[in-house]
Each structure stands twice: as structure tokens, then as C-alpha cells.
Design a protein around this ligand. Structure first.
Ligand code: NAD
Length: 391
């Protein structure tokens, strides 16, 4: 397959599950006559998913997420006949307009990432939306209170055990670690790394830094998670004590206001702070900038807040997801995305066919995990095609 972006060709050739699904879809065309609206990162890996859905006969109307859209991917998708609304932006107002324009096409299915599309759909509902998928934890949390109003199948990819361990733990851990090295070019051995949030993502981040000789401290609001971190061998402390000693701080909770202006006094000189949670709200970046005596650009992907007492606090990626920030960001591994996107394709397929609605209707089908049968089929497919395991 020819493409103007060599990374897209590499990704497509590495996504073996999606390649097999695309081949099947070219025959079965499960989305023929349907429009899928998507609001997910537009970068080479998602291009492979969108093209697979396109191969299945879908009309696609797509926009990206805040601050992660890659122009080359947009150009590539447009060249393939996929409608892409907008382009790279970090402006929430522009992003909001782009999402609404996706909904103006009145898609039959939505592929959402963060609950953006479904929430806006409820502001101005239209006939014919069959349901769709939500990729993230943050999106599930945003959509759960809306179940009664949505009353349609919304399958949460993040709640698949496959997504939890393959992407959240293994891949996010690796890519956050890779991004730290790529952006800062600093070592991790002997450094005190504080990971705030020991969910499925934070667990992988902590493991990657520990595997590279850092001294990792875990902070979590949930005592059960703190216990798990303790039994996993991490230093577990209260946040204030942890922040005072940190060389590197990474937030990955999915919650707002994890690091506030009040925390600036706790941080020591030369600390590097990054967020890996989905939304750029875990660190109160504007308040931090306002509290600094000066804000200076640093190496690409970092800015340095100079405090009145002379301390330097380095902030990665302006508080956006660090594994999509800085020069030449790669995001999560191709294999993890191949698995997650195979789940996406199969979930959209059951909703398109109406199979899922038969099994569980209305609220009972809304904002629920991936059906077990899909998890099993995707796991078996991966083991056979990538790992060569046949059981
Ligand atoms: N960067 C990426 O590539 C990527 C990929 C997948 C998910 N995510 C995002 O990462 C975030 C975390 O996802 P997850 O699946 O690990 O979620 P999770 O719910 O499994 O874990 C979140 C953890 O944060 C803890 N927490 C919540 N509030 C806290 C607080 N105030 N202080 C300390 N700890 C707190 C929770 O107790 C929980 O253990 C979400 O925003 C998710 O969308 C990012």
C-alpha cells in the first residue's frame, strides 16, 4: 500500500490484527451505507483504524483530540476519501466547533474518545444514532451519568481487560518513559520519581521507571491502590511528603486539579513535572504560570517556570499528555493500539449489525464493557497472528 507518510505504511504493516479485519471487511462490508463520526487522536495508528472501518464500507467524518492531531495524518486520510474536520489545535473553542461539525453529518455510529461526541449529541439529538464506542476511562466517567439520556449501546473499550493490561499498563508505561527520555534527555537512575495515580496506567509508568533504576514513590487517593503499590514494592507516601522529595512527578489519575498552585511551594529546584492523564487538567497550568516570576521556553516539549526564590520547575507538554508531546511524539506501541483498535472495529461492527442491541437494550447496553466474546476473539486472533500461539 502506498502512502505519503512512511510512518503510516509502517504502522499498517505492523497492525496484523487490523490487516486481517480489513481483508475480511472488504468482503463483508458491515458498515455499508453507514456514517461513523469519530473524535479520536489523528496520528498514524488511528489512521490504520479509520481506514479499516472505511474498508468495511463506512463513510467517515473525523476530527482529532486537543493538541494531538498530526497534519500528515490528516492529509493522508483526506487523500483516502475520509472527511477530516479541522486540523491540529490546542484551542478548546476550535476543538468544540470541530466536534459539532462531525455531529452535523448526523453519523449513525460514534467512535468517541473522552465522551466529547456523545455529550454534544445530547445537546442536540437527532434520529438514527445507533450507538458507538468510547475509548477512555475519562470518557466512561463523563458518560456514565448520561446513560439514562443516551439509552443506546455505548461500549467502553477501556473496560476491556485487554485494553487495561496491553495498552494502559504496558504501552502507556513504555511511552511515558520513552517521552521523558526523548524530551528531557535526562537519566532516571537514582532519581526520585513520584507517580500520582496507581490505576492501570500509573502501574505501568511506575514499573517502567523502576525498571530503569529510578526510586519510585506512588501517591494514590485510594487506600486499596496504595496497598497494591506497597505490595508491588513501591515507596508509598502522602502527597506532600512525596512532592517535597521529587525529581520527577507524573500525574496519571484522570482527575482535575491534582497539582495546584499551592503545590508549587513544595517542589524542589529542577523538578520535572508531566501529566499523562487524558485531559490537560491534572496540573493547573495557568495558575502555575501566573504564580511564576517568569516562564521561559526550554528544550522542545518543556517550559521552565522560574519562581521568585530562584527555583526552576520544568513542565512538560504544557500539561497535555506527555506521551504525545515534544518532538516527534510516537504515543503508545503499535501492537497495543492494534489490539485496542481490533476491539473498536469489532464493537462498532456488532452495533452496526444490531446484534448488540438484541442482547441488551437501552440503559443496560449503555456505557458498558466490551462483550466477553469480542475480548476472546481478539485475544485468540492476536496470539495466533502475532505471537504464533495456537491453542
Ligand atoms: N497517556 C495515554 O496514552 C493514556 C492512555 C490511556 C488512558 N489514559 C488516561 O490516563 C488516566 C488514568 O487512566 P487509568 O486507566 O489508569 O485510570 P484508573 O481509574 O485505573 O486509575 C486512576 C487512579 O488515580 C487515582 N486517583 C484519583 N484521584 C486521585 C487524586 N486526587 N490523587 C491521587 N490519586 C488519585 C485513583 O484512585 C486510581 O487509582 C485517564 O485520564 C485515562 O484516560 C492515558
Amino acid at each position: 500500500m502506498t502512502t505519503t507518510d512512511p510512518r503510516i505504511a509502517w504502522v499498517r504493516s505492523s497492525c496484523r490484527l487490523l490487516a486481517a479485519i480489513a481483508e475480511e471487511y472488504r468482503d463483508t462490508r458491515p458498515f455499508a451505507g453507514l456514517t461513523i463520526g469519530t473524535g479520536i487522536h489523528l496520528e498514524p495508528k488511528t489512521a490504520a483504524l479509520l481506514e479499516t472501518l472505511h474498508d468495511g464500507g463506512a463513510e467517515l467524518v473525523s476530527t482529532g483530540n486537543l493538541n494531538s492531531t498530526q497534519q500528515q495524518t490528516v492529509d493522508h486520510l483526506r487523500g483516502r476519501g475520509i472527511t477530516v474536520i479541522g486540523g491540529p489545535t490546542a484551542d478548546p473553542a476550535v476543538h468544540d466547533r470541530d466536534l459539532r461539525e462531525v455531529l452535523d453529518a448526523r453519523p449513525d455510529l460514534l467512535l468517541d474518545n473522552g465522551g466529547d461526541l456523545f455529550a454534544r449529541y445530547l445537546e442536540d439529538p437527532y434520529e438514527g444514532l445507533r450507538g458507538g464506542t468510547e475509548e477512555t476511562t475519562s470518557g466512561r466517567d463523563a458518560l456514565l451519568p448520561l446513560r439514562e439520556r443516551l439509552r443506546m449501546p455505548v461500549l467502553v473499550i477501556n473496560d476491556s481487560p485487554i485494553k487495561q493490561f496491553a495498552e494502559n499498563t504496558h504501552a502507556v508505561g513504555q511511552s511515558v518513559f520513552e517521552s521523558f527520555l526523548r524530551i528531557t534527555n535526562r537519566s532516571t537512575g537514582g532519581k526520585r520519581v513520584v507517580v500520582i495515580g496507581y490505576g492501570s496506567c500509573g502501574r505501568g509508568v511506575a514499573a517502567e521507571f523502576r525498571g530503569s533504576y529510578a526510586l519510585v514513590t506512588v501517591v494514590d487517593a485510594d487506600p486499596v491502590k496504595r496497598l497494591e503499590a506497597n505490595l508491588d514494592g513501591y515507596d508509598v507516601r502522602d502527597r506532600e511528603q512525596a512532592l517535597r522529595d521529587a525529581d520527577i512527578v507524573i500525574t496519571i489519575t484522570g482527575r482535575a486539579g491534582i497539582l495546584t498552585a499551592a503545590d508549587l511551594d513544595l517542589l524542589r529546584d529542577d523538578v520535572i513535572v508531566a501529566n499523562a492523564g487524558h485531559l490537560p487538567w491534572e496540573i493547573e497550568v495557568d495558575e502555575w504560570r501566573s504564580a511564576a516570576a517568569a516562564v521561559e521556553p526550554s528544550t522542545p516539549g518543556l517550559e521552565t517556570l522560574r519562581m521568585a526564590d530562584g527555583r526552576r520547575i520544568h513542565l512538560a507538554g504544557a500539561g497535555h499528555m506527555v506521551n504525545l508531546a515534544g518532538p516527534a511524539p510516537l504515543g503508545n506501541s503499535i501492537e497495543s493500539m492494534d489490539l485496542g483498535f481490533a476491539l473498536q472495529a469489532r464493537c462498532l461492527e456488532v452495533i452496526a449489525r444490531g446484534d448488540y442491541a438484541d442482547e441488551a437494550a437501552g440503559v443496560a447496553a449503555c456505557v458498558v464493557p466490551v462483550p466477553r466474546s469480542i475480548d476472546e476473539a481478539v485475544a485468540t486472533g492476536y496470539l495466533a497472528s502475532v505471537a504464533g500461539v495456537r491453542v
